[in-house]
Design a protein around this ligand. Structure first.
Ligand code: UDP
Ligand code: MN
Length: 340
């Protein structure tokens, strides 16, 4: 059968080859689609594929060669804070070093961390001294009874963020009392409290025991637009996905974290109903969460290296007619679904 005029020919074979042409065509299309599929997954989705094509390949990081996390910080600290109108910081921060040396064998003191981060202002706020930041990021950390982890976190996160030339604020949301730890609710509290301080462009919901290993993992939500509002998260994301918001993730090679090893905490055991709760969230997320958030602020303090918000979030969530779960491990989704 001759191909009709206007039909797509896969190969530049003379027309009239009939069936063999169709077979080659199908084979070619199959091969091409497989290749595309492979490319798609290799580059981690359309967005990063476009980024790769736009910015060229990302450097392959060698994590056996690491730099001290305070590298280049003295260069920034020597700069005199500007008083006149400042130009925007460069698109690409000049102080980044790549893979960082991270160790947890010695817990640094708060005094030492303060000493090494002289430009951090009370409340854990920072602005680059000699240029106007392109991004304003709040880092929100749920916390209870993890003081050594918090010190490691502060030690590593402050120089990391300063080298990225961000305007940033660090919020530690501390759950008072011995009720079941509710990470999701604390994060919601953090978002609410942080937005009272500043119109942040970007909110990072962060675990206290995760330390970023590469400072090219920039803590912004959108690299090119200074005022774009979106939210990046490291672990949770269901509600935002459901709401049609963007969740940005760095390329895998750069988005590496070191986790501080720990045993499970009292009051934060695994919830046997967690899968059921996740399913129910699909229906309940619009009514549950930020708009039904109730808590009592017990303290709001500007510590030298962070803002501490201590909250009473009330008893662990319970649905009417169901017995109180003995244990409950929270996540942004499951606790909202549970009617927090
Ligand atoms: N967390 C805390 N105290 C607790 C339990 C959890 O501060 O008793 C916070 C802390 O920021 C931690 C995060 O919640 O990094 C996640 O909890 P966990 O580390 O237990 O989760 P997993 O290690 O299982 O991811
Ligand atoms: Mn952990």
């Amino acid at each position: 059968m001759l191909p009709t005029p206007g039909t797509m020919r896969c190969l530049s074979l003379p027309s009239g080859w009939g069936f063999p042409l169709d077979r080659q065509c199908t084979f070619g299309l199959l091969l091409a689609s497989q290749l595309l599929f492979l490319l798609y997954y290799t580059f981690g989705g359309i967005r990063s594929m476009a980024l790769q094509l736009w910015h060229g390949p990302q450097p392959a990081w060698d994590y056996s060669k690491t730099q001290d996390v305070y590298t280049n910080l003295s260069l920034i600290q020597l700069l005199v804070p500007g008083t006149h109108h400042l130009a925007y910081c460069p698109q690409k921060p000049p102080y980044l070093v790549g893979p960082l040396a991270i160790a947890f064998n010695r817990t640094p003191s708060l005094d030492e961390i303060r000493d090494r981060n002289r430009l951090v202002m009370p409340g854990g706020f920072y602005m680059p001294p000699n240029c106007q930041a392109r991004h304003r990021t709040a880092v929100i950390v749920p916390h209870r009874n993890r003081e050594p982890h918090l010190r490691h976190f502060l030690y590593y996160i402050h120089p990391f963020l300063q080298r990225q030339q961000l305007q940033y604020g660090l919020y530690i949301i501390h759950q008072a009392g011995n009720e079941t730890f509710n990470r999701a609710k604390l994060l919601n509290v953090g978002v609410k409290e942080a937005m009272k301080d500043e119109d942040w462009d970007c909110l990072y919901l962060h675990d206290v025991d995760l330390i970023p290993e590469n400072d090219h993992n920039i803590y912004t939500c959108d690299r090119s637009h200074p005022k774009h509002v979106s939210i990046a998260m490291n672990k949770f994301g269901y509600q935002l996905q459901l709401a049609g918001m963007t969740i940005s993730r760095p390329p895998l090679s750069v988005g590496r974290y070191k986790m501080i090893k720990h045993n499970s905490d009292r009051g934060n055991e695994q919830n046997p109903r967690r899968f059921d709760l996740l399913l129910r969230t699909r229906r309940s997320w619009t009514q549950d969460g930020m708009n039904s958030l109730v808590y009592t602020t017990l303290a709001h303090q500007r510590h030298p290296l962070f803002t501490n918000v201590t909250v009473d979030i009330g008893p662990a969530p319970r649905r009417p007619g169901t017995p109180l779960p003995k244990t409950h491990k929270g996540s942004l989704v499951s606790l909202r679904a549970a009617g927090v």
